[in-house]
Structure formats: structure tokens, C-alpha cells
Design a protein around this ligand. Structure first.
Ligand code: GN1
Ligand code: MG
Length: 413
């Protein structure tokens, strides 16, 4: 009996006459007769293993469908491009759903996610019934999250009809709409008691903690990778003024703890057919936090025409029109909520998130890809170098971007 624990998002199984190959984009942990094996790249498995693996996946998904009283003949398709969870789109006649399997090795207490979504949903129903909020569908046993002993935690969402998602911000109008949606989310929850939210990922955007993890990886990580990455390690050390500013922010009372999404990439916004934002999705990391997490991750992921996966670093650039669009969209909702000190740190938020992501990717590379996994040798090194180039480009443009914020933000004096 083979027990497979899939913590990853995408697994491709390819078969040809000679070989059956499993390409694993992410690290996969599986146990066979008590032996625990960790894979980081492509691997070749026996046909028996694959049959077992497929059967296991099928029986897992059937059990999930039956727990939600969905027909076992429903069509199940992999969906999205996140690095952490598994996501599928389910089509059962005219009904469509999004199913997610929570990565339990990252989110150690998935019930905290369910608690937060439920708390926010019932508060919004009472205080902002006009706000469109997608809540998980209850199981046949009336639970917001499904737990299957052998397969982990799942939740099912209704698929919002007529909605689309995008992996890359197509134009500045779309960036503005997304920023408006994330601003609106924090704004409508302004009076929600943020302290009632459970911490689903402790220290998730705590830059001091990420820096310490980075230092640990330099002390205890893979020594040849440490040598290889000396230039990048030195660069990230030299930029620790970004950490110093963060430490000041934590001590300032002008920086408020707000209900923050913490994963503001464009694919976490639903758009309608006219390109208008409908709502934000993927609420696993909704926690109390600083606005720099949300604005920062938008700047990190929308400003450049290419993503963190791009190997040709020449293509990394800062699009000023996208910056202005993000600032307009977010401030349209949040300008009156943010303090002047917070607004002064609008551009800093991009430095903060890009620096943190560079640290996280490089840390993972030095630790042999245990967190993000990799689909080719050096994958996390490429991602880290990509984020370093993005950080350099942002630092070059810092003054110009600050001028844009001053120009468009309401005058408070
Ligand atoms: C992870 O799974 P995904 O892509 O939504 C990560 C984010 C990173 C991102 C980088 C829980 O998000 O913090 O910014 O990868 N989420 C977690 O692509 O670690
Ligand atoms: Mg996510």
C-alpha cells in the first residue's frame, strides 16, 4: 500500500512507451512502506506506483464530492497557479465550484482559516450586507471545512458566474481595479475587531523573522549553494536598511494594525466581463497586519511586465503608469483611513515586500528548496535573483514614485 501525501499544487504525469515519468513542480513527500522520500525535481516511478497514485487521487476526490453531495460523475479540472495549495474546478451539470485542498504542512491549523472566514462573513452580513463576499459551501454535515483523515483539509466555493481571473496584470486599468478591491476589503473591515482573527501563519510578513531565517540558512544551509550565492547574500545584507525601517514601523503607533489580505496578487481578484473588479478571493492569509503587506505585494507583482519566474532579467522593469494606477485604486478607498505616515511609506511597501520575497526565495534555495520546491535545478536561485533585480529597479525609481504619491494623494495640511 502506497500512501501519498500531496502538499503541492501541480503534478504532471507523462507516459511514453519506455518510461512513465512524474514531473513534480513542487516538492512532494510520499511514504512507501515506511520509507519517507523527498523529491525536488522530476522523478521516474514505476507504472504500479502511478496506477496507485491515480487511484488514490480519484478516490480522494470522489470522497470529497460525496461529502458535498456532488455527483461522482462531475468533471474535475486542475485550476490556477498558486504555489501552496491544490486547486480544482468542478463542473456538475450547470453548477460550477472551486475546490481547494489546504497545504497542511504550511497552514498547521487549517481550522483557523475556517474560523476567520466565518467571523468575517457573519460580521459583513450584519454591517455591510452590500459587500460581495464569497463564503465556502457547507459540507453535508454542515461544516465550513472538510477534514478527511487520510487526505487533509478541503473547502469548496461556488464559482462566481461570469468571473475571470488573470495571472499577470494586463493593463493599468486592471491594476487599478485590483488595487481598489484590496483597498475596499480593508476599508469595509475597518471597524471589524481585527484582534478576533486567528493567526493562520505566525510571522508570515514579519521581516525581522524572515531576516533571521535568512541568517540561519547562511549558517546551516547547503554550503556549495551558499558559496555560489555569495554575491546575492552580500547584496541582501547591504540592503538591510529596509529591515531597519520595518523595525521603526513596528514601533510607530501611526502604523495601524488592519485586516489585511497578505496575498494581493492579481489572480486573487475576480473580474467581470467588462473588466470591473467583483471581489477578492483566497482569504487564507487574512490576518491583522500593516497596509504595506497588501500594497507592497501589488507593487511587487504588478509593476513589472514579467513575473518572479522570468529568467531574462533584462525584461524586469517598473511601469510607472501601473504604479499610478495602483496608488489611485488603493487610495480611492483607503486615503481617508491611512495616516500621513502610512501614506509616506506607500513606495516603501514595494521595497519591503520585494526584499522579503528575495530573502524568502534565497533562504529556500540555501535550505535545498524545502518550502517552495523547485521544478528545475536552481529554480529558487533564479526567483531570488529576479526579485533582487526588481528591488534594484524599484530603488532606482523610488524618488519618482514618491512624487506620484504626493501628487495624487489628498492634501491633509
Ligand atoms: C506563495 O501559493 P501562493 O502563490 O498564493 C506564498 C506567498 C508568496 C508567493 C510567491 C503561504 O503564495 O507568500 O509571495 O508564494 N504563500 C505562502 O509566489 O507562503
Ligand atoms: Mg495564496
Amino acid at each position: 500500500m502506497i500512501f501519498v501525501n500531496i502538499c503541492e499544487t501541480s503534478i504532471h504525469i507523462k507516459s511514453d512507451a519506455k518510461n512513465t515519468k512524474v514531473e513534480i513542480n513542487k516538492r512532494i513527500l510520499f511514504r512507501k512502506e515506511g520509507i519517507c522520500k523527498r523529491l525536488t525535481h522530476s522523478a521516474t516511478f514505476s507504472a504500479d506506483f502511478l496506477i496507485c497514485y491515480r487511484q488514490m487521487m480519484e478516490s480522494m476526490l470522489k470522497e470529497v464530492l460525496s461529502s458535498y453531495r456532488i455527483s461522482p460523475t462531475a468533471l474535475i479540472q486542475p485550476h490556477g497557479s498558486g504555489l501552496i495549495h491544490n486547486t480544482w474546478k468542478i463542473t456538475d451539470r450547470s453548477n460550477q465550484y472551486i475546490l481547494q485542498r489546504i497545504n497542511h504542512s504550511v497552514f498547521k491549523q487549517p481550522e483557523h482559516i475556517a474560523h476567520n472566514i466565518e467571523a468575517i462573513s457573519s460580521w459583513l452580513k450584519k454591517n455591510h450586507p452590500e459587500y460581495f463576499f464569497v463564503t465556502p459551501i457547507k459540507t453535508a454535515n454542515d461544516e465550513g471545512m472538510l477534514h478527511l483523515q487520510d487526505h487533509g483539509y478541503f473547502r469548496l466555493f461556488p464559482f462566481v458566474q461570469g468571473s475571470s481571473t488573470y495571472d499577470i496584470a494586463q493593463d493599468s486599468k486592471q491594476a487599478c481595479e485590483a488595487a481598489r478591491q484590496f483597498g475596499l476589503f480593508t476599508c469595509v473591515l475597518n471597524d471589524f475587531p481585527a484582534k478576533d482573527l486567528k493567526i493562520t501563519l505566525p510571522d508570515f510578513h514579519n521581516l525581522s523573522y524572515r531576516y533571521t531565517q535568512f541568517e540561519h540558512s547562511i549558517e546551516q544551509g547547503n554550503s556549495s549553494r551558499i558559496q555560489e550565492a555569495k554575491g546575492e547574500i552580500d547584496y541582501l545584507h547591504a540592503q538591510n536598511h529596509i529591515l531597519s525601517t520595518y523595525k521603526e514601523i513596528v514601533a510607530w503607533k501611526e502604523f495601524k494594525m488592519r485586516v489585511t489580505h497578505h496575498d494581493t496578487k492579481i489572480s486573487n481578484v475576480l473580474f467581470d466581463k467588462d473588466g470591473k473588479g467583483i471581489c477578492v478571493i483566497d482569504l487564507d492569509t487574512v490576518m491583522p497586519g500593516y497596509f504595506i503587506s497588501d500594497v507592497g505585494d501589488m507593487l511587487r507583482t504588478y509593476l513589472s511586465p514579467v513575473s518572479e519566474e522570468e529568467k531574462d532579467f533584462e525584461k524586469i522593469a517598473i511601469r510607472e503608469d501601473f504604479f499610478e494606477a495602483i496608488a489611485c485604486g488603493y487610495l480611492n478607498e483607503m486615503a481617508l483611513e491611512l495616516t500621513s505616515v502610512e501614506i509616506e511609506h506607500f513606495v516603501y511597501s514595494g521595497l519591503f515586500m520585494t526584499y522579503m520575497q528575495a530573502l524568502r526565495f534565497l533562504t529556500d534555495y540555501l535550505n535545498d528548496d524545502v518550502y517552495y520546491g523547485s521544478s528545475y535545478e536552481g529554480h529558487n536561485y533564479v526567483r531570488a535573483k529576479n526579485q533582487i533585480v526588481l528591488l534594484e529597479r524599484l530603488l532606482e525609481k523610488e524618488d519618482e514614485l514618491n512624487k506620484i504619491v504626493t501628487r495624487i494623494s489628498p492634501n491633509r495640511h
